[in-house]
Ligand binder design. Structure first.
Ligand code: PEP
Length: 258
């Protein structure tokens, strides 16, 4: 396994005051062994400055990321935030193309690609989310669909730029539902994603790329995912809001990294 990433996606939860309490509680549980893992918190954008300040004060190695970004650096894009703004508040990561953004806010494959290009150009880490619906899984077309999402997201990138990209395989039917893919399904998809990345940017870059599983990951089920040869961590929603669960998930990733 490569250096794992354990990413906590807080979604639209936590006021700025609550975000201070949650990030401080996680930071208080930080252990030296966590330096084997990239631990990244993704609070709502209004909380980014507060969370970064908490972690910076603690000299924590936990990093901060945004849940979304616009590809333009500035301009008339009401409601959007830019990469320079994210960098200014200490963000080093950004989630791109989460299924909730694709399905509820009309984010297209082309938008995802523009964001990935802008982030990698700026030297920020992008976690690109891909995943199929239940209907696609049942039709047998899931692998083709997910690999096409990967191709669209990484279009135009070279191997150096791809080094800033990780991919989260998140079956849509497993997000926030309590249902998970089986570790076999997740491994099969992660392996197909890695082959697709190899076709796009070469085998070396594909071997180095970290592929995460996301979808109702919890302490009770994470171990089997983290043991899969092509899975290098998790994108965690609900369980990232519970200090004990998130800390336990990071500890499991540390154990799997040994
Ligand atoms: C997510 O938000 O990306 C996610 C996987 O959520 P959950 O863990 O709650 O399914």
């Amino acid at each position: 396994m490569k250096r794992p990433i354990m990413a906590g996606n807080w979604k639209m939860n936590m006021t700025p005051a609550e975000s201070v309490v949650l990030s401080q509680s996680i930071s208080n549980r930080y252990k030296g062994s966590w330096d084997k893992v990239d631990v990244v918190l993704f609070p709502p954008s209004i909380d980014l400055r507060s969370v970064f300040t908490v972690l910076d004060f603690d000299k924590s190695l936990i990093e901060v990321g945004a849940q979304n970004v616009h590809w333009e650096p500035s301009g008339a894009y009401t409601g959007e935030i830019s990469i320079p703004m994210l960098k200014d508040v200490g963000c080093t990561w950004c989630i791109v193309g989460h299924s909730e953004r694709r399905s509820m806010f009309g984010e297209s494959d082309m938008d995802v690609n523009r964001k990935v290009i802008a982030l990698t150009d700026a030297g920020m880490n992008a976690i690109v989310c891909v995943g199929e619906s239940l209907a696609l899984r049942e039709s047998g077309d899931a692998t083709q669909f997910v690999c096409d999402q990967v191709k669209a997201a990484l279009a135009g990138l070279d191997a150096q730029e791809a080094a800033f990209v990780s991919i989260a395989y998140e079956p849509v039917w497993a997000i926030g539902t309590g249902q998970t893919a089986t570790p076999e399904q997740a491994q099969q998809m992660a392996s197909a994603i890695r082959s697709t990345v190899a076709d796009l940017v070469g085998q070396e870059a594909a071997d180095a790329m970290r592929i995460l599983y996301g979808g109702s990951m919890k302490p009770a089920n994470a171990e089997l995912f983290l043991a899969c040869p092509d899975i290098d961590g998790g994108l965690i929603g609900g369980a990232a809001l519970k200090v004990a669960d998130f800390v336990e998930l990071v500890n499991q990733a540390v154990a799997s990294a040994r």
